[in-house]
Design a protein around this ligand. Structure first.
Ligand code: ADP
Ligand code: MG
Length: 678
């Protein structure tokens, strides 16, 4: 039996409990040891009834006077009452509806009661407290994330068993010199103390070590990935041919776009490959910046790849690039998972013989049989959707190509540091001129008819619009719901207009033809599930209605709304929601008040908390068990410095004392590899 042992075989678990533990992400005994408490209850500070302060949460030790007596107040509500005493004073215990607790209490036995103190100075009372046998109960108790049928207390008991038997087998990943330098405790102590701390100082100390370890492993992994792809020097692009490209554009670049292009050409002229993040709110014009860089790289004789997270986006990038490059002879091709086999073959051959300059696609670009003659520049759009491994995989197809990452997600600096290491950043903080801010309104379902009538008015003026479908109720299939909704609109208020439907279950070819028809203006109203979320760009579409707006996150609403307001006409977004609760109303209000993506991301972060915002699917990093990067800025920096020192001393982590750490890094990143793509 070891740490890899299936949790089912831990004493006290069995098949049924194992299933529940799986729900919490615990598969093995080792997982349970690393299933850390989310909070603690302090039962160590036991007070007498006399000292227990009214209104505060206290832990009182007392003997039960008599068996609690139940009284049925009304159907479904039974009240149990008894007195408890600590020899000096008496306290009344009231238990609501908890027969289990009431029957557990034995007269004459001593217990600890943990709860809020009420009553009067004359006679104090506690309502439905938590309770434990007094023996051994006076300590700090861990509180775990629980699930139905698997309460925190059970997890606590099982963890105690697991610790007793297995903690000795946990490998020490941090070598002595690191523990000394950063005052970190040993792995065994940290695991014992994080679950069952003698006092809160021990808990803090244990957490510090575990967080440090987690951050260090992550940072090392990122750095190893980077150095692996940085071994050879890049292919510098010395000349700056971008002005010739810029002259062909139908618009003038914004100052921010010009600055970004200058930074990129400067980066690419160096002997080390570029590694730059291009950040800009929706509609800020990132694509043309990328196109200028592609143009320059192609002029210097290299091939380029542009990878997008969805087929629709890839197709659209392809169309845009073809348009941009019409006059200047950059040979562009599109490769996605749904390209026909014969087409794929042709493209692969042309790619290998160097007849394609720019290949646009989805993660289909990552398959091993896609080989470039001379890949020198790689762009990924909406980067946070790709896993770390995938990014590295595309980089490995060239001899250390220049890399440009485009993202509309505002990423806090600490997090950027973790994800990208020492990546350089360009920010497009200026929208193209003539844009009018999207006007946003939040209305209730009663106004639906009016809102849709307003959409129809726009269509009649020759403009286009979107309606985002209601999110499905449980039991409906998403397809049926979207189809039915679209049919209702088609037969009703929009019967004289061309209505198209786009949903996630469609085959890519169908999606493509709907999308193209919308771009060409043959479809005037696009009814869609959230598949239009990223990147779609149709400047003539100026109105959007979002059903069930309360069910979307703020950042998602912002991305959706970013599909309009891309041309010069005034755009309008109408959020329909019958939500009553404060939080939902607050979110909708924020949407009506600002168009600023960074402000919205901040608000989102505050409301949802970092855990959600930085769920591993968002940024492609392994899930952190304990480290919350926003709050751990100082430790992030310490771990960063430590990683650097460590790699200087032992670049491959091959010394015996560093091998466990290397194994931990490999384990962490193997998880990313398997869960990367959405
Ligand atoms: P995003 O940053 O969201 O990817 P896009 O690159 O899709 O933005 O650009 C949004 C729209 O703005 C496109 O239609 C693009 O052609 C247009 N555009 C980009 N830059 C300018 C500019 N400087 N002036 C006018 N229109 C621009
Ligand atoms: Mg874009």
């Amino acid at each position: 039996m070891d740490l890899q042992t299936d949790i089912q075989y831990l004493k006290g678990v069995g098949e049924k409990r194992a299933k529940l533990l799986h729900k919490l992400g615990v598969q093995t005994v080792g997982d349970l040891l690393h299933f850390y408490p989310r909070a603690y209850e302090d039962w160590s500070n036991v007070v007498s009834i006399e000292d227990a302060r009214i209104g505060e949460v206290c832990c009182v030790r007392a003997i039960v006077d008599r068996k609690p007596v139940g009284a049925k107040i009304r159907e479904g509500l039974t009240l149990y009452k008894t007195d408890v005493t600590d020899g000096r004073s008496i306290m009344q215990l009231t238990i609501f509806n908890n027969r289990f607790l009431a029957e557990k209490l034995e007269p004459g036995e001593e217990y600890l009661f943990y709860g809020r103190v009420g009553g009067s100075l004359w006679k104090k009372e506690m309502n439905t407290p938590m309770c434990e046998k007094a023996q051994g109960g006076a300590r700090i108790r861990p509180i775990y994330r629980q699930t139905e049928g698997m309460p925190s207390r059970t997890i606590e008991r099982l963890t105690a068993t697991a610790l007793e038997r297995y903690v000795g087998q946990c490998p020490e990943t941090l070598p002595q010199w690191i523990r000394d330098r950063y005052s970190l405790c040993a792995v065994e102590d940290s695991l014992r103390d994080v679950h069952f701390p003698p006092d809160m100082d021990y808990a803090d100390h244990a957490r510090r070590r575990l967080i440090f370890e987690e951050l260090l492993t992550l940072t090392l992994g990122m750095r190893l990935l980077r150095t692996r792809s940085r071994k050879k020097s890049g292919s510098p692009v010395r000349a700056d041919e971008t002005p010739a490209f810029i002259r062909t554009l139908p618009f003038t670049l914004t100052g921010a776009q010009q600055r970004a292009i200058r930074s990129i050409t400067a980066d690419m002229a160096k002997d080390t490959p570029m590694n730059r993040l291009l950040q800009g709110d929706v509609g800020s014009g990132k694509t043309v910046v990328a196109a200028a860089a592609v143009y320059n790289a192609v002029r210097a004789g290299m091939q380029c790849a542009l990878m997008a997270p969805t087929e629709i986006l890839a197709m659209q990038h392809y169309d845009t690039m073809v348009r941009f490059f019409e006059a200047c002879g950059v040979r562009t091709a599109l490769l996605t998972g749904s390209s026909r086999a014969s087409e794929k073959k042709k493209i692969r051959a042309a790619l290998e013989s160097g007849e394609i300059d720019l290949l646009v696609g989805t993660h289909a670009l990552l398959t091993p049989d896609v080989r470039f003659a001379n890949l020198g520049f790689v762009i990924t759009d909406e980067q946070h959707r790709f896993g770390v491994e995938q990014r590295a995989a595309l980089g490995e197809k060239g001899t250390d190509p220049h890399i440009l990452v485009m993202s509309a997600t505002p990423i806090p600096r600490t997090l950027a540091l973790m994800i990208y290491g020492d990546l350089d950043v360009s920010v497009l903080d200026e929208l193209p001129p003539g844009r009018k801010a999207v006007k946003t309104y939040a209305v209730t379902g009663e106004k639906r008819e009016r809102a849709l009538g307003y959409v129809r008015d726009h269509l009649e003026k020759g403009l286009q619009g979107y309606v985002v479908c209601p999110l499905v109720e449980e039991g409906d299939t998403p397809l049926a719901a979207a189809q039915e909704y679209a049919d209702r609109l088609r037969q009703g208020i929009f019967r004289d207009h061309a209505v198209g439907l786009l949903h996630g279950r469609m085959r890519p070819k169908e999606k493509e033809s709907v999308m193209r028809a919308f771009v060409r203006g043959e479809i005037r109203l696009l009814v869609s599930t959230t598949v239009i979320e990223v990147g779609v760009d149709v400047p003539n579409a100026v109105i959007m209605v979002i059903e069930n707006a309360e069910r979307f996150g703020l950042s998602q609403l912002h991305q959706l709304r970013g599909r309009i307001g891309r041309g010069e006409a005034q755009s309008t977004c109408i959020l329909i929601s019958d939500a009553q609760n404060d939080e939902a109303l607050r979110r909708l209000r924020i949407m009506t008040q600002t168009n600023d993506g960074f402000k919205i991301a901040d608000a989102d972060l505050q409301m949802r908390g970092p855990g959600d915002f930085f769920g591993s699917r968002q940024h492609g990093l392994p899930e952190m068990r304990i480290a919350d990067m926003l709050e751990q800025t100082e430790l992030v920096h310490e771990a960063s410095a430590c990683a650097q020192a460590l790699l200087q001393r032992d670049p491959e982590l091959s010394e015996t004392q560093h091998r466990p750490l290397r194994a931990a890094v490999e384990k962490l990143f193997s998880q990313v590899g398997s869960s990367g793509m959405n």
